[in-house]
Structures are given as structure tokens and as C-alpha cells.
Design a protein around this ligand. Structure first.
Ligand code: ATP
Ligand code: MG
Length: 745
């Protein structure tokens, strides 16, 4: 017991060991909510003898789930840890549907429609019906209704005005198309799972405890799902922080916290007050920002770390200058910290992914390795999507979205008009797109459309690729299924290399390496041990008297594809066993929720960016900035270019210009002494820098400084006069880098 509870404070222990059936832990960022939740899972297994497979734990991202699993392994060992049902709401719902979906009439091989699939369907409906709605708006509206549990039929009944009727039509046709393609969208996963658990409560009769992280961001359907998971024993633990609620735009309901207390009046609430993440200086600044919201209750928050280094707030002339300043600060801090800091300690948090261009360019120029989170997803990159689409159709040919997207990639002389006429014909005949084109290629069904010979050949070649893929899968016997072989077969049959070479020329190498990355992931998944683990992890415990579809190795393709669909932006996975690469992270603030880094940059802090011009919830935007700031452990940089990327003058974010904020910040990054570098290492619980490593870092910076011409005295005075010498020297005295001063020019 001591082992598990070791190092927790009193309130955390109380939460971990609480006998309460329904427990809320509400606490500010960095107070150990996630740590407490994880420890409670271990505690329930080790001391209350709950079985790991009877515990459901929901996190917000897969990355958070993996981190939790890692911590649990160290508490209770690999064998027990892997049996816990731990994942995002969507992943757990998908698991239940795969195994019990037949009880609500769901085919086993249902596919998951991602956002691009959903958009494509809506776009087509709008076009077909000659409507004026915008695709993203319609999709948002569909999702809003689904999240509130309103179905298309229900909506249609209450639709009054023209706008509502038009939307009702899109909504119902969208649902019909998903059904025809045997697809569920993200909202469906949750809704259908709710339906399953409501009508077949036996499915969760084994569940002994349900635990939810980041509860403040759950929506109505997720709340229902939580209650349904827990319906047998009502043992629920949630942790959350109303100040970090940032998903209002996705229909998260902060009132779920009170709803819970209404539903279970005995709910016990525990507050945590000590912050273990950030330095005092960072906490003060963040507090100052969140307290601008006067409607929120005052909360106690205590730093456990020393005051540390003051956060930096800096104005730069342009977005490009901001980007190069930021990159030079990364280099400078790595060197000046005596190598306590490495590239992977830095994160650049953006209000929207679109802001990353300048920063990526600056990192690229300086050869700083980085990874993008929450931007263009790995699986959305064209070349990866092509392969995944083929796999999807091989897995489930009724996936008409994928078929239409890919039937002419690479070109098979099947034009848009042909695709359209196929679609219409399939719809009239009441068969799927795939069934129709199979007929066409095998001459069983005579297409009413007269096709040129070249097109007919094209259709046949497409059908052949899919059929040979399906043969490969069915030939494979237990444990021998190789996803890599399957991908290789597809890649060869469609001659993807030539296609990418022709289409992308200069970018070919990068594009092809993404395909290789996909193969590496597939290889990882097909490894017999990994395969066994995947199938095991995907299995739910057997329940007496309830028919269940257990996963076998033949399901590897379905499981692999579901994993892809449910991998959110934050999480392009690194192949197992690969050396972790030291790289800077670029992420949206939303995707950084729950995570922490030693050094955080939040650039582009201007009106229109944060608060965002498209958001009408000023408080939610402020909370978003607060979430960003509280990711930082030791050092926080915020900045604002005077002109944005469109060269328009900016106004600094009002959250940072209110009285009382700016004195928490200073203008320049710290000139760290060895003493400060040591204290930084203590804060981060790292090895102390040696004097030698500190001197070495300093020397590197100084030699860079020599290259900095305004200081080496060789330039003609008139050239030198162009520089704001005062500012530049101020910035580079001691050992700032050459590039950090370049913005002053
Ligand atoms: P957020 O609201 O941002 O999700 P959180 O409340 O979930 O934050 P955690 O991520 O669990 O906070 O913890 C923040 C950091 O503090 C982690 O590095 C964690 O290991 C550390 N921590 C939490 N509790 C303690 C403790 N009692 N002693 C030492 N470190 C702790
Ligand atoms: Mg957390």
C-alpha cells in the first residue's frame, strides 16, 4: 500500500483511498488530478481487489491513455495493467460495438467515418439537392444535435422554418448514407454505444468502477455513456477543473458537474490545492489571467516549487521575426542551461494550427528537429490516406466514400461523371457502389451507362486490386496475417511509387517516407506478440448468457484501421522500440490539454488570434490561454508580433494588457547563471549541470556571437548604424546568440 500511496499529499491520498461511491476531484492545473486518478485505479486493484478488466477509465486523448498505462505498469505490473479498459470514450465505445453490436443490428465490420468522410458526404448531398448550406456548418449542426441525443427523424418532426427543413433534409440523408455504407461517425460511436448499453445492460454487468479524466470537457452523450457504464454498481470517480473547460464549442457541458451531484446526491467532492507542476512565477502570471473572469469562484492554489524564472512577454516586429526569435531562444536556453534542457523540453503552443508556417520555416532553417501535433494529421496526408483507403475497402468494400475517393487514384480513366452515374445507378438498384462496379467489371450486371473500353478496363483493374487484397487476408492463417504484405501488395499493384514521383517530383522522398512510416506501424502491429496483445486489449470480458464476438487475428485489419480512425491528431505514434528523437513539439493549445513541458512558448498573442476572431465565448478563450500557460514547468514565453502574417497591425491580446498582468513578465529571456541552471535542474528533478557542461554551452554561444557582425567590429560604421545597437547588445550581452538579435535590424 505504501508503495502506491508514496509521495502523495493528504488530499490526494484521501481521494485515492476514498470509500465514496461517487467521487469528484476538482482542482486547478498541475495539482495532480491525473496522477490521483491513475493511482486510484492501481489502488482499487491492489487493495480493493477489483479486477482490472472490470474497470473502465476514460481519458481525453490516446496519448493521455498511453501515459496512464505506463504509470500503471510501474504500479501493478504489465500483466494487470494491460487488462484495464483504458482509452478515449470513442475507443471504448468502438470496442463495445465491435463485440456486442450485433445485438442492436450492427454489422461486425462497420467502418468509422472520419471528418473528411463526413464532409464529403454532406458536400454531395448539398450538391445533389441543390441547397445553399455550408458544409462545415451543416456538419457542426449535425454533430451538435447528435451530441444532445437528437436524431434526424426527431429533428425533422420539429423543423419549422425553411432553414430548419433544409437542414433536416441534409441530416436525414447524411444518416441514410452512413448506414448504406456501413459507417459510423465519431458521434455515432458514442450514441450507438449508449443505445446498446441501455437496451442490453448485461454488456456492462461486470463493470465495477468507472473513472474519467478531464471531466469538465464531457458532453451530454459522454455523460450518459459514463452513467451507463456504471449502471450496475454506480462506482464513479471523475477529476476535472472548470477553469480548464475549453470544449464548449464542441458542446461540452460544464453543468455535468452539477448534474452528477443531482443524480447521485451522496457525491463526495475533494479539492486539491497544491501545484506540483509550475514555478511560482508562472503560477502567479497564470492566476492573474484567469482571475479576470470575475464570475468564477476564487480558489486557493499554492506553489510547491520556488519562484523561479520570470515569464517573458515580448513584442516583435513581425511574425517572421517572432519565429526566429523564438527559435534562437530555444538554442540559447539549451546552451545556457548547461544542457539541462534539450529540444524535447520545448513546446510551441498555438491557438490555431494555421499559425505554424513561419515557425516551421524558422525551425527548418536552423535545423531544429520538431514534430507537429494537432496540425495536418499523419493519416490525413494524401499519400497515407491513399493506402489507408485501399485497406479500408479491402476490409469493408461497402465503404462507398473510400471507393469513390480512390477508384481513380492513380488515374484509371474513370472521370467524375462516370463516378456520379455509378453512384446514381447503385442508389436506384439499391446496391452498394462496390457491388455495382463488381458487376460492371465481371459483366454480370450490365451498367446502364455506356462505358468506353478504357474506363471499363480501369474499373476492372480497381476491382482486381481490392479482390486480391481480400484474398490475401483470407489466405492468411492464424498469427500469419501480415499487414505489411498487404500494404506491399497494394503499393505494387497501384504502382504508388510512380504515382507519387509523377505527382510530387521534388517532394517525392518525403511523401514516400510517410508511406514507409505507415508500413513500419503496420509491421509493429503484425508482430505476433504485439498482435496477440492488440487482440487481447480489444477483448471485453465474457459475460454469461450474452453472445459476444471475440476478436481473432483475422480481425487485425479491422483493429488496425479502427486504431487509425481513433488516433487523434496528437498522436502519430512512434514505432515501438525506436529511439526517442529529441525534437521540439508544435501543438495546438487544445491538444496540449493535461500535458506539461519544461519550457512553453505561446506566440501570436494578439486580438483575433487569442481571443480568436471566430469565437464568441471570451471566457472560453481566456481559459484556453490559461490552459496554455499552465502547461509550463520552468519557463514561459509569450509574444506578440506587431504585424501579423498578413502584415496587418495587431493589438496585443486583451488578457495580457489588463492592469496587473504585465508586471509578472519581463521582456528578455533569462541570462542564466550556473546557479540558476542548477535550480532549474532541481525544479525539473534532473541531474545537476556540471561546471564543465555549463562552460561548454557558454562557449558555444560565445563563438556564435563572434559571427554576429555588429559586435565583431569589422563592419563599416554606416552599416553598423543601421542596427539598433543598444537593443541588440542588450539582448546579446553575456551570451545571447547572433540570430536572436537579427530581429532588431
Ligand atoms: P492538468 O489539470 O493540467 O491536467 P493535473 O491536475 O492532472 O493537471 P498532473 O498531471 O496529475 O496534474 O500532475 C502534474 C505534475 O505534478 C506531474 O508531473 C505529477 O507527477 C506531479 N505531481 C502530482 N502530485 C504530486 C505529488 N504529490 N508530489 C510530487 N509531484 C506530484
Ligand atoms: Mg490532468
Amino acid at each position: 500500500m505504501d508503495d502506491i500511496l508514496h509521495g502523495l499529499n493528504k488530499a490526494q491520498r484521501e481521494a485515492v483511498t476514498s470509500e465514496a461511491s461517487v467521487l469528484q476531484v476538482l482542482a486547478p492545473p498541475g495539482s495532480g488530478k491525473t496522477k490521483t486518478l491513475t493511482t486510484r485505479v492501481a489502488y482499487l486493484i491492489a487493495h480493493r481487489h477489483l479486477k482490472p478488466w472490470n474497470i473502465i477509465t476514460c481519458t481525453f486523448t490516446k496519448k493521455a491513455a498511453n501515459e496512464m498505462k505506463e504509470r500503471l505498469r510501474s504500479f501493478i505490473g504489465e500483466e494487470l495493467a494491460k487488462q484495464i479498459k483504458l482509452g478515449t470514450f470513442h475507443a471504448i465505445a468502438a470496442q463495445y460495438l465491435r463485440q456486442y453490436g450485433q445485438h442492436i443490428g450492427l454489422a461486425k465490420d462497420f467502418g468509422i467515418a472520419d471528418t473528411s468522410d463526413s464532409k464529403a458526404i454532406i458536400k454531395r448531398i448539398i450538391k445533389r439537392r441543390d441547397l445553399t448550406s455550408e458544409v462545415p456548418k451543416a456538419l457542426g449542426r449535425i454533430s451538435a444535435n447528435k451530441c444532445k441525443g437528437i436524431e434526424s427523424g426527431q429533428f425533422a418532426q420539429t423543423a419549422k422554418n425553411v432553414d430548419q427543413q433544409e437542414f433536416a433534409l441534409i441530416f436525414s440523408e447524411y444518416e441514410a448514407e452512413l448506414m448504406a455504407s456501413n459507417l459510423l461517425d465519431y458521434d455515432d460511436l458514442l450514441l450507438r454505444c449508449c443505445f446498446l448499453l441501455r437496451t442490453h445492460p448485461q454488456c456492462v454487468s461486470n463493470v465495477q468502477a468507472v473513472l474519467i479524466d478531464e471531466f469538465q470537457d464531457t458532453n451530454t452523450v459522454q455523460y450518459d455513456l459514463m452513467a451507463l457504464f456504471a449502471q450496475k454498481r454506480n462506482m464513479i470517480t471523475i477529476v476535472g477543473d472548470p477553469d480548464q473547460s475549453i470544449y464548449g464549442f464542441r458542446h461540452a457541458e460544464i453543468k455535468n458537474l452539477n448534474l452528477m451531484k443531482d443524480q447521485w446526491p451522496d457525491t463526495l467532492t475533494i479539492n486539491l490545492e497544491e501545484n506540483y507542476r509550475s514555478s511560482g512565477a508562472i503560477l502567479h502570471a497564470a492566476q492573474e489571467v484567469i482571475e479576470q473572469d470575475e464570475s468564477r469562484p476564487q480558489k486557493k492554489l499554492q506553489a510547491t516549487h520556488t519562484y523561479g524564472l520570470r515569464p517573458v512577454l515580448r513584442k516583435l516586429p513581425s511574425a517572421a521575426a517572432e519565429a526566429s526569435w523564438l527559435v534562437s531562444e530555444i538554442g540559447r536556453m539549451c546552451a545556457m542551461s548547461g544542457k539541462v534542457l534539450q529540444h524535447s523540453d520545448f513546446v510551441i503552443l498555438l491557438r490555431s494550427a494555421a499559425l505554424s508556417r513561419e515557425i516551421e520555416a524558422a525551425l527548418g532553417r536552423d535545423g531544429v528537429p520538431y514534430r507537429m501535433v494537432g496540425g495536418k494529421k499523419f493519416f490525413e496526408r494524401a499519400e497515407v490516406k491513399i493506402v489507408v483507403d485501399y485497406l479500408q475497402i479491402i476490409n469493408q468494400p461497402s465503404h462507398s466514400e473510400a471507393v469513390e475517393r480512390i477508384i481513380n487514384v492513380p488515374s484509371r480513366r474513370i472521370g467524375d461523371a462516370t463516378v456520379k452515374s455509378f453512384r446514381e445507378e447503385a442508389s436506384t438498384k439499391g446496391i452498394s457502389f462496390w457491388e455495382l462496379i463488381c458487376g460492371v467489371s465481371q459483366d454480370k450486371i450490365r451498367s446502364t451507362t455506356k462505358l468506353p473500353a478504357a474506363t471499363e478496363k480501369g474499373v476492372s483493374s480497381f476491382v482486381n486490386v481490392i479482390l486480391s487484397g481480400r484474398r490475401k487476408i483470407s489466405e492468411a492463417n492464424d498469427g500469419q496475417t501480415s499487414l505489411v504484405d498487404l500494404i506491399n501488395l497494394v503499393v505494387k499493384k497501384i504502382d504508388l511509387q510512380s504515382y507519387l514521383k509523377n505527382k510530387y517530383e521534388n517532394e517525392y522522398e518525403a511523401r514516400w517516407s510517410n508511406v514507409e512510416e505507415l508500413m513500419a506501424q503496420a509491421a509493429d502491429a503484425s508482430d505476433p506478440a504485439r498482435l496477440k496483445a492488440m487482440v487481447e486489449e480489444d477483448s471485453l470480458p465474457t459475460i454469461d448468457g450474452l453472445e459476444q464476438r471475440t476478436a481473432g487475428s483475422e480481425d487485425i485489419l479491422s483493429i488496425f484501421l479502427a486504431n487509425i480512425a481513433l488516433t487523434s491528431s496528437a498522436e502519430t505514434k512512434q514505432a515501438e522500440g525506436a529511439e526517442p528523437v529529441q525534437q521540439v513539439t508544435i501543438s495546438t493549445i487544445h491538444s496540449a490539454k493535461g500535458l506539461e513541458w519544461p519550457v512553453v512558448f505561446i506566440p501570436a498573442c494578439y486580438e483575433g488570434s487569442i481571443p480568436h476572431s471566430r469565437s464568441d465565448d471570451n471566457d472560453e478563450e481566456r481559459r484556453l490561454l490559461y490552459v496554455g500557460m499552465t502547461r509550463a514547468q520552468a519557463l514561459l514565453y509569450q509574444s506578440c508580433p506587431i504585424k501579423d502574417t498578413q502584415r496587418q497591425e495587431t493589438i496585443m491580446s486583451s488578457y495580457l494588457t489588463q492592469p496587473g498582468v504585465q508586471h509578472h513578465f519581463e521582456e528578455h529571456g533569462p541570462l542564466m547563471s550556473i546557479h540558476e541552471a542548477k535550480s532549474l535542474a532541481t525544479t525539473l528533478r534532473r541531474e545537476q549541470p556540471t561546471t564543465a557542461s555549463y562552460e561548454e554551452g557558454k562557449k558555444d554561444l560565445e563563438s556564435e556571437l563572434d559571427n554576429y557582425w555588429p559586435l565583431n567590429g569589422e563592419q563599416p560604421p554606416e552599416e553598423r548604424a543601421k542596427w539598433d545597437y543598444g537593443k541588440a547588445t542588450n539582448h546579446v550581452t553575456a551570451f545571447g546568440t547572433a540570430r536572436s538579435a537579427s530581429w532588431v535590424a
